[in-house]
Write a protein that binds this ligand. Structure first.
Ligand code: ATP
Length: 211
């Protein structure tokens, strides 16, 4: 089974997330893409993050009508800081072929991730580019510490010494962020057409992001 792993804070999940998951699922013929909300994201301020149960509920409601999209609560159950290496190793036990999905901005900082070199031994990567982005070369994309392990296949495909692939994939990145959505809600502005209706309903019911 070819499985996509899409991690994030998803506070809240929005149509930018859903759209890229759908496009990547289609382009790579993935059987399923798992949204994996982080319990404590290593790079964000935990104080400001919505309760994990509520974030989980919002994502579940957002993907309910798409049979290719699922949610995994693995990082929430594991508690503590959510490290991708642990998540990938866990999925590896269940699925043969993993594709870790992330934006190019985050990928540029991969060498700040816990045990990042090891992650490449356990999963393929799909690195999302915006259509406007210049296609970066291997020398731009990979940190020095990884370069000796990476072989360029062509402009958008690279191979790690483990055999795993790193793909650069253009996607429609809508100009939407959870941060801006939270700010809009705080200012009493509408989020219609930016987050799914089911998510809007939960935000309203729980009174999220008002303060
Ligand atoms: P925040 O504004 O709180 O930082 P965010 O909107 O960037 O949140 P995250 O939960 O941090 O959302 O993102 C999870 C993943 O989704 C990341 O890999 C990020 O690159 C990607 N992503 C976020 N926004 C978009 C978007 N508009 N289009 C495509 N991908 C996105």
């Amino acid at each position: 089974m070819r499985i996509g792993l899409f991690g994030g804070t998803f506070d809240p999940v929005h149509i930018g997330h859903l759209r890229v998951a759908e496009e990547i699922r289609e382009a790579f013929e993935l059987e399923r893409v798992y949204f994996i909300p982080a319990n404590i994201p290593p790079h964000k301020n935990i104080q400001l993050i919505t309760d994990s149960d509520i974030r989980l509920k919002m994502i579940k409601s957002a993907v309910r009508d798409n049979k290719y999209l699922s949610v995994s609560d693995i990082e929430l159950k594991r508690k503590g800081v959510s490290y991708s290496i642990d998540t990938v190793k866990s999925f590896e036990k269940r699925f043969k072929s993993l594709y870790f999905i992330m934006g190019i901005d985050a990928f540029y900082e991969i060498d700040t991730w816990y045990d990042y070199k090891e992650i490449f031994n356990h999963t393929n990567f799909i690195v999302m580019l915006r259509p406007m982005d210049r296609k970066p070369g291997a020398s731009d994309v990979f940190p020095n510490s990884l370069k000796t392990h990476i072989k360029k296949i062509d402009d958008v495909r690279f191979q790690h010494s483990s055999g795993n692939m790193i793909y650069l994939q253009q996607v429609t990145q809508l100009d939407i962020s959870s941060t801006r959505i939270r700010e809009n809600i705080k200012q009493g502005k509408t989020t219609r057409y930016i987050v799914p209706k089911t998510v809007e309903k939960i935000v309203r019911e729980k009174g999220l992001y008002r303060t």
